[in-house]
Design a protein around this ligand. Structure first.
Ligand code: SAH
Ligand code: SF4
Length: 391
């Protein structure tokens, strides 16, 4: 098992089901134009119609064609017959003592994924999922114990953002000032799944989030976290242009092979090479190195020194994540003193080394704790231990 190739052999459910209306949510502008034309909108008008419908959906949060008053009544009726504006359905919502919200949402096929909102002073971050489960099996990650069921569509990815805006009641009202402080100001692709194994859908969804005539989030406010899918890193820069975070977690290939098994395919050196080439729009843009603090595994002073050496020359910040425990996890969290000592070494070397404060722990919303309990396909404890090289 240890050397089994890591494959990505899942299908994404097509956006357009063979029968029934087409969901407009998640279509790129070009795809929406095609869809309108295919359903009878004259080609000459199509671009303008896309602009109008786009604004209703993404700027104002409208889900009902009847509200689109700059379209004729007849055209609205036609649209309502052929299209729908659909986002994932909220199954449950939990609110933590610290204000963190966690929603379980249902997508086509009855699958469920989790979405987390973390309020902060003057801003707020939405953590969204890109897959149901994950094909990768990082041994410290709860999601990794859940077999991948499928990739989310672009509509299901941007739909999580729209759902959160609904719940936060944050769609703008006509005439409101534009520069209000947003509750949902940042997006992180750090929920369930490996975003770079669902590249096109993640890209299309983030393009929608960044679109000037819609949700309007700057590319600097979107962070994609990857376990290290090296061939897609350059594409992320070219086709999405968002900020990058990398689940680094270890300073030797031997340890990283166990923690982040994709390391067997693309090792630390190969990963660092790709990160060195990741272009930055501004000097202030740095790559985030995520580093989970596991007691006795990757948290020694030597690890901290090795880490500094490895990332030399890469504009970086190192985000230390105290391990969030989950039932059956094969690791424990490093002590606060150990984490502080580790952070100190990094800080003294000139890097920002924030320690990520676990949020929403009481509702199992912290990093790496997400997993839809409803999914039946699970790996056994023995399998988790074997994958971690502990068996
Ligand atoms: N699949 C992507 C994004 C989702 S995970 C990735 O691996 O980067 C988001 C972050 O949470 C990653 O850095 C991941 O390694 C980390 N994480 C996973 N399980 C965790 C846990 N139990 N405690 C703390 N962080 C965890
Ligand atoms: Fe998948 Fe990321 Fe969890 Fe690894 S850490 S199993 S890549 S979700």
């Amino acid at each position: 098992m240890a050397d089994a190739p890591i494959t990505q052999d899942v299908l994404t459910i097509p956006r357009k089901l063979p029968e029934g209306p087409v969901n407009l949510v998640g279509l790129t502008r070009a795809a929406m134009r095609e869809a309108l034309i295919a359903h009878g909108t004259p080609e000459k008008q199509a671009k303008m119609r896309v602009g109008q419908i786009w604004q209703w959906i993404y700027q104002w949060g409208v889900r009902d064609f009847d509200v689109m008053t700059n379209l004729s009544k007849a055209y609205r009726a036609e649209l309502a017959e052929k299209f729908v504006i659909e986002i994932p359905e909220v199954v449950s919502k939990q609110v933590s003592e610290d204000g963190t919200r966690k929603w379980l949402v249902r997508i086509a096929g009855g699958h469920e994924v989790e979405v987390v909102y973390i309020p902060e002073e003057g801003r707020g971050t939405l953590c969204i999922s890109s897959q149901v489960g994950c094909t990768l099996t990082c041994s410290f990650c709860h999601t990794g114990t859940q077999k991948l069921v499928r990739n989310l569509t672009a509509g299901e990815i941007i739909g999580q953002v729209m759902m959160a805006r609904d719940d936060l009641e944050e769609w703008p009202v006509p005439g409101a000032p534009k520069d209000e402080t947003r509750l949902l100001s940042n997006i992180v692709l750090m929920g369930m799944g490996e975003p770079l194994y669902n590249f096109e859908n993640v890209r299309d969804a983030m393009k929608i989030a960044m679109d000037e005539e819609g949700i309007q989030l700057s590319r600097r406010r979107i962070t994609l976290s990857t376990s290290g899918v090296v061939p897609e890193i350059e594409r992320t820069a070219n086709e999405i242009g968002c900020q990058l975070a990398v689940s680094f977690h270890a300073t030797t290939d031997e340890v990283r092979d166990k923690l982040v098994p994709i390391n067997k395919r693309w090792n630390i050196e190969t990963l660092l090479e790709a990160l060195r080439a990741y272009p930055r729009g501004r000097n202030s843009e740095r790559i985030t190195f995520e580093y989970v603090m596991l007691h006795g595994v990757n948290d020694s002073d030597e690890d901290a020194h090795r880490l500094i050496k490895l990332i030399e020359g890469i504009p970086a910040k190192i985000n230390l994540i105290p391990f969030n425990e989950w039932p059956g996890a094969p690791y424990t969290r490093s002590s606060n003193n150990r984490i502080r000592a580790f952070a100190d070494i990094i800080y003294k070397a000139g890097y920002a080394s924030p320690i990520r404060k676990p949020r929403g722990e009481d509702i199992m919303a912290a990093c790496g704790q997400l997993k839809s309990a409803t999914e039946r396909a699970r790996k056994s404890r023995a399998q988790i231990a074997a994958d971690a090289g502990l068996g």
